[in-house]
Design a protein around this ligand. Structure first.
Ligand code: GLA
Length: 542
């Protein structure tokens, strides 16, 4: 690989201020954090010696050299809150206090992370019988604890959980996390890396508050768990970006998964730009797992300065093809995953056009770190059950995209908390393209789907075909379904829609005008529901 991190940083600072190609300002961002966290192996049973040993091993195993810099202390360090409200560390486990351990971590050239809870009682107090976790959360002590964690103790990262807050106090997520983050910002002038842990994608508000946020329940070292989390993240790429990431939880590499499962786990966390927090005992990590965690070419996908999350472009025979730009927006180099979650070998056949590439295309297997034969038409590989090929693909030319999936869109009102009645959601539909649609679109001006980077090389008129799933008018609905399609602010309304669902996917075609470069297309319906949406295609009018 020709691109070293150093070279990239240099290029980034140069290019960050230059507009390229007349399209969009190049915007390089802070990558996801990399490091180690205590939870997966030790749960609440942590102490000063243990954390120091892991920090030492981070260095002796050479992990810091490839980018792992955070040592994150999860639940288990709490002592008690005294009658003045001051938080104390567990006196036996951390005899030199948290400043002592943070100083030690910093003395190694590493960064230190800490953990707290949005409510009063920690997850450990609810699930791990940690009596010290009662009353030690941030609830009512936001400024005071922020001052302690960041100014007095010197931590650089915080993960804020939601056990006491959700299960005992029933607080409202957005409001509660806003209060906490405001307090941290008021108290601490440094840039603290902030992680929100709500066990589901919490809503689009989260990216203005946190650098990363959990999208799933806790990981465990099993294939089912890895697969469940990848599934949760397949359609969330539009909610990440600009230095803010979907957190797939800490890594279970080195904890007994099969080799191909470890490759899928690490490869998918890399290409989906999740934070990379190792969760095993670093002093006893198997050689093959360590080698995988140190694979610089995979890490480069995760730390790529465009900061993008790969999205699904093909779903066939149970396998998924995901792709993202790396190094340059809309360039000729892309990262591709061929992900096989099934129990059978999956034969992938991916036309280059699906990847928006053409011409002689070079392929490199980033797990094996080996070049494959170049192709001119399609990429073909057999992938083992639970396995994934992660490829760097370099074409001769980049093609204009023609298809935009509903499940790739930014859904303004989406969350995965299932709190809203008829909330917008992803809905499988077998004959839809990619097998996926979005449902409960419209009904309000803010409940739309939006594609922010619809690209046109020349600009001009296009035939736009919207594919949707017909919906019959229900008795209690006051109006029929509508599609309001807004292209750069200009709206086309389609209200003559198919209503016979038995016909399967239906379509409607009209002409729109695109400008050269990026366009914003929004679909919704302000005063009635839209039908379930599959995708749209764009064909230039000659
Ligand atoms: C929750 C989080 C975990 C971990 C524990 C600590 O379960 O999701 O990652 O932090 O709490 O108790």
């Amino acid at each position: 690989m020709k691109n070293t991190n150093l070279k990239k940083c240099f290029t980034a600072s140069l290019l960050g201020i230059i507009a390229l190609g007349g399209y969009a300002q190049v915007n390089y961002v802070e990558p996801p954090i990399m490091g180690w966290s205590s939870w997966n192996t030790y749960r609440v049973n942590i102490n000063e010696e243990l954390i120091k040993k892991q920090a030492d091993a981070m260095i002796s195993q050479g992990l810091d050299k490839v980018g792992y810099h955070f040592i994150n202390i999860d639940d288990g360090f709490f002592g008690f809150r005294d009658e003045k409200g001051i938080l104390h560390t567990h006196p036996q486990r951390f005899p030199n206090g948290m400043k002592g351990i943070a100083d030690y971590i910093h003395s190694l050239g590493l960064k230190a992370g800490i953990y707290s809870e949005a409510g009063a009682n920690t997850c450990g107090s609810l699930w791990d019988g940690d009596k010290n976790g009662v009353g030690v959360g941030l609830y009512g002590f936001e400024h005071q604890d922020a001052n302690l964690f960041f100014n007095e103790w010197g931590f650089d990262f915080i993960k804020i959980d939601y056990c006491g807050a959700g299960q005992q106090l029933d607080l409202e997520e957005q409001e509660r996390y806003t209060e906490i983050v405001n307090a941290i910002r008021e108290v601490c002038p440094r840039n603290i890396s902030l992680n929100i842990c709500r066990w589901a994608y919490p809503g689009t508000w989260v990216s203005s508050l946190a650098h990363s946020w959990r999208i799933s329940g806790d990981i465990n070292p099993s294939w089912e768990s890895v697969k469940y989390i990848i599934d949760k993240n397949l359609y969330l790429s539009a909610f990440a970006g600009n230095g803010h990431y979907n957190d797939m939880d800490m890594l279970e590499i080195g904890r007994g998964l099969k080799p191909e499962e470890e490759e899928t786990h690490f490869g998918m966390w890399c290409i989906m730009s999740s934070p990379l927090l190792i969760g095993c005992d670093l002093t006893a990590i198997p050689a093959s797992s360590l080698q995988l965690l140190k694979n610089k070419e995979l890490i480069a996908l995760n730390q790529d300065l465009l900061g993008l999350q790969a999205y699904v472009v093909q779903h066939e025979h149970g396998g998924y093809v995901l792709v993202k730009d790396i190094e340059e927006k809309r360039g000729t180099i892309r990262a591709v995953a061929l992900y096989n979650p099934t129990e059978e070998t999956c034969s992938f056949r991916v036309p280059l056009s699906v990847l928006e590439l053409e011409g002689t295309t070079r392929i490199r297997d980033l797990v094996k770190q080996k070049d494959e034969r170049s192709v001119t038409d399609f990429i073909q590989f057999d992938v083992l059950p639970h396995g994934t090929k992660i490829l760097r693909v370099e074409g001769e030319r980049r093609m204009e995209p023609t298809r935009y999936e509903a499940e790739q869109a930014y859904l303004n009102q989406f969350d995965d908390l299932a709190k809203r009645k008829r909330g917008i959601a992803f809905m499988p539909f077998e004959t839809a393209s990619g097998g996926m649609t979005i449902t409960n679109l419209g009904g309000h001006k803010d409940n739309y789907a939006q594609w922010n980077e619809v690209f046109s090389e020349q600009g001009g008129p296009y035939q736009m075909t919207v594919q949707y799933i017909p919906a019959e008018k229900k008795e209690r609905e006051i109006s029929d379904r509508r599609l309001e399609v807004t292209v750069n602010g200009n709206m086309t309304v389609v209200d003559k829609l198919e209503t016979d669902r038995s016909k399967g996917v239906a379509q409607t075609t009209f002409t729109v005008n695109l400008q050269k470069g990026y366009n914003v297309i929004r679909i919704g319906s302000r005063f009635s529901w839209s039908p379930d949406l599959d995708c749209f295609t764009l064909t230039p009018v000659k």
